[in-house]
Design a protein around this ligand. Structure first.
Ligand SMILES: [Zn+2]
Length: 150
């Protein structure tokens, strides 16, 4: 767990040409408020074209090559596609089996179960490489990225 200190800000010296300082300042304030001063674990870049995709993310506790974030840049969400998480699906199958065992299987999937599984693919908006998925809470889960220390 890292905590924010005023001397330990994200290094914006690698900012792209179209960098908008106003937008970023707003984002930064929001992030600080929302995340209670946690500092980003890494800067994430597209593995194909090296475009910066995220300056504020949290590393996954167990899957160290995965990061989650709420504020991203140069990312396109494929709204016409829905992915289903395999791990969640498995859990759901197990749950369904339990229901059958308990004689409670109505044959109708619960709406909550469906909602939990929905992820949308997120691509680099420059080269269209798929880099992340977005969950129903609009949290981005990056898995195909280059990570460097902020
Ligand atoms: Zn790219």
């Amino acid at each position: 767990m890292q905590f924010y200190s005023s001397d330990d800000e994200i290094d914006f010296s690698v900012k792209p040409e179209f960098y908008d300082s106003d937008i970023d300042e707003k984002d930064t304030l929001w992030v600080e408020k929302t995340r209670k001063g946690r500092v980003s674990d890494a800067v994430l870049s597209c593995p194909a074209c090296f475009t910066t995709l995220c300056l504020d993310c949290q590393r996954h506790e167990r899957y160290l090559t995965q990061y989650r974030a709420m504020f991203v840049r140069n990312c396109t969400i494929k709204t016409n596609q829905i992915l289903h998480s395999p791990s969640v699906s498995k859990r759901k199958q197990a749950k369904a089996k339990e229901k059958i065992k308990d004689g409670k299987n109505s044959g109708e999937p619960s709406e909550n179960d469906e909602e939990d599984e929905i992820f949308r693919p997120v691509c680099c908006s420059i080269c269209k490489t798929e880099v992340a998925v977005m969950d129903k809470d609009e949290v981005y889960h990056f898995f195909n990225i280059l990570a460097s220390n902020p």
